[in-house]
Design a protein around this ligand. Sequence first.
Ligand SMILES: NC(=O)c1ccc[n+]([C@@H]2O[C@H](COP(=O)([O-])OP(=O)(O)OC[C@H]3O[C@@H](n4cnc5c(N)ncnc54)[C@H](OP(=O)(O)O)[C@@H]3O)[C@@H](O)[C@H]2O)c1
Length: 162
Amino acid sequence: MISLLVAYARNQVIGKDGTMPWHLPADLAHVKALTTGKTIVMGRKTFESLGRPLPNRRNVVLTRNRDFHPEGVDVVHTKQEVLELGDVIIFGGAKIYKQFLDVADRLYVTEIDLETEGDTFFPAWDREAFALVDKREGVVDEKNRYPHTFYVYDRIAGTSQR
Ligand SMILES: NC(=O)c1ccc[n+]([C@@H]2O[C@H](COP(=O)([O-])OP(=O)(O)OC[C@H]3O[C@@H](n4cnc5c(N)ncnc54)[C@H](OP(=O)(O)O)[C@@H]3O)[C@@H](O)[C@H]2O)c1
């Protein structure tokens, strides 16, 4: 099963200057709950923006650089190698999402109602190929200042490009 996890603001902004242009602890908690004990797959740039592997889960990093061997992560060099890993959660960024959207079985999308300038965007996706299976409004409070909604979409059978 290939799941894909993303948080985006208005206009599908996911990043700016190599990082995420918002602070939303509720989404970090959501990410932790979904990925702990699982395998997450991220691009080399996203890994460098985190600066370290996330604890208590398997961190897989995609890079074309054969000399990249950071501690605490498994490095792969092709999309095919990722597909052979079995159950994975695609963790971004944009370049990685683009390559796995057509084969993802499930999307976990956090929509943040925030107008923010970005330089990295979630790709346009085929909404006809997915069915909404869960929607939960996040709680706005002093620590989580932007309205946000957690969505889960499952792929409609027969639409995967895998
Ligand atoms: N809002 C969110 O949910 C979210 C989630 C994750 C990331 N982000 C943001 O997204 C931005 C980073 O995204 P990005 O698109 O610039 O970079 P990225 O997707 O994280 O990483 C791109 C890199 O991955 C490697 N790569 C990509 N496809 C590959 C393939 N088929 N085979 C081997 N290696 C491959 C290459 O590494 P090499 O150059 O080393 O070969 C490439 O330069 C940051 O701003 C980050 O904060 C946001």
